[in-house]
Design a protein around this ligand. Structure first.
Ligand code: MN
Length: 232
């Protein structure tokens, strides 16, 4: 075996409620504009032809309950509360029925965003990476098995900063449902266990500052929490 110049990076893992084994995280897909009211507040329209995506590195994962520093390079750091899907089986060119079988678990997540950098890139027609794919930007609570969560629809999805509710919607407001997203993505990627899909955020996104405590809930799932520390 060849010697390594430095230690291999290990995939991060997330806990699964009621299971003794953790879920290793591979790729993190994120869906843009998947709630009509959020698209409106961003000054754009939902694309009803097809969903669109951006990715985050698995290394951007942070466990719920963490305190993280206010990130560099931004003065408009935003929360986005999201339902997250965890893929549990290989799936390629799947219809909705095959897609449903590949969804192993759900979790409550935060797609933390450097909004000023994202909007600057958007305005110039550039990729969103600086605004979206940065260290400690993908927060995720322990997962709940899909079989226990049941059908996606009536559940409330909400987010508080301190005691103030900022986002408050229903999963029924999703433009593209989880099975539709998995089916669609599977026509472009060989999805596999370890792939997460952040399904987009409802209206009410906004900035946070050092000292803020964020709490996000989805009925039937473990809540996600995050504390914002001082910049490094
Ligand atoms: Mn998002």
């Amino acid at each position: 075996m060849e010697a390594l110049l430095f230690p291999k990076l290990e995939l991060p893992t997330v806990e699964v409620l009621g299971e003794s084994k953790a879920y290793p995280i591979n790729r993190i897909f994120c869906v843009g504009r998947n709630y009509a009211e959020h698209a409106k507040e961003m000054g754009v329209e939902v694309d009803r032809e097809a969903p669109f995506y951006f990715l985050k590195s698995a290394l951007s994962f942070v466990a719920s309950g963490s305190t993280i520093p206010y990130p560099p390079g931004t003065s408009d750091y935003h929360y986005e509360m999201e339902l997250v899907m965890a893929i549990g089986a290989p799936v390629f060119k799947a219809d909705k029925f095959a897609a449903a079988k590949a969804i192993y678990a759900y979790g409550a997540g935060l797609d933390m965003t450097r909004r000023d950098l994202q909007l600057h890139a958007r305005g110039k027609g550039r990729p969103w990476d600086l605004g979206k794919d940065f260290e400690q930007s993908a927060i995720l609570a322990p997962l709940t098995l899909a079989s226990r969560f049941g059908a996606v629809g009536p559940q409330r999805i909400a987010l508080w900063v301190g005691d103030t509710v900022k986002q408050d919607a229903r999963l029924a407001d999703l433009v593209w449902l989880p099975v539709e997203l998995v089916s669609h993505l599977s026509h472009y990627y060989h999805l596999q266990p370890g792939d997460l899909i952040y399904t987009g955020t409802p209206a009410g996104v906004g900035p946070v500052n050092p000292g803020d405590k964020i709490r996000g809930t989805i009925d039937g799932l473990t809540e996600v929490t995050l504390t914002i520390g001082k910049p490094e």
